[in-house]
Ligand binder design. Sequence first.
Ligand SMILES: [Zn+2]
Length: 352
Amino acid sequence: MNKALMAFHIWSIVSKRDSLWVEWVQSYRLKGKSFWVCKTPANCCSSWRNIIHMRPLIRKHVWSELGDGASTSAWFDFWCDLGPLGDFLTPRTITDADFRLDNSVANIYSHGYWNWPMAWRDTYPVLIQLDEVQLNPTKHDKLLWKDDSDLDEFSSSRVWNSVRYKEPDVNWCNIVWFSQCIPRHAFMMWLVVKGKLLTQDKILNWDLSRRKNMNMMCCLLCFENFDSHPHLFFECKYSTQVWFRARQRVAMMPISPKWRDIVDWLLVRARSKSALIYVAKLIVVASTYFIWQERNARLFKNQLRPPEQLSEIIINTVRYKLMGAKLKNTASVRKLLQEWEIHGVVVDDDGG
Ligand SMILES: [Zn+2]
């Protein structure tokens, strides 16, 4: 299969190139739905199946540069650094808020504000980053080919360069969305893995001229340096102390407080069904969640908790989760529960 040719077909569809084939695809295959999320009918031809098969590889390269926002899908196109919003907003969440799945960016933005409910900003604080986005009613949206941070016009040679030797994304899904995870922690972990939190290093990068006024900015956990993903997780003096206490409870004693080391350790074991690894994942994800929560509590509520207290909260949260988790009744699980001082829990004989 020629990837560059497939990419050209996909580009033709999403940019609505003037052609009979594209018109046909829009009317009969997509029927108003986004190409990125349309379902593949069971009886469709192999060439369409091949095109659909290429979607995950091509999607992250197709970037919509916003003008008036009228031809960009609010939920399924790539138009902001968060990725398609539909990656974390489910169709149910979208329609429950009285939006439509075929809304354009212009449909959900008016008079300089996003029309989504305030509650979304609490559940998905990452949306606050979009306050910086502005539409320009005098310009049309434009599709560009994105490779890392480079944006260019579409060309077959660019596509070829982007897709040829690249390895598929590492499979971090299993350390974010795993069976019996804590959903609100998982969402947080997803943001951290994708580097999407609004940390101080990003704010400084938006506008270098602001730097002068932001000399006061510092990490609120250690009051040294400014915060960033690697700093918060867990190189900051405060986070390191939290991590050292939390890792004692799992088999991660030798793992340094460096995010890369921790993720690498988890990735190797991501598919393991062992209860020990399950607990290790819970601990890492909970540590991430509560450190970000502490950082925000200091920023917005002026509440300070010492690292010992935070690690206590992390360990207790994991303990409560374990009390309700379905685990296999094996000697190692019984030993694990004993170590966590969990008694009298019914464990499945055959469950996983
Ligand atoms: Zn710090």
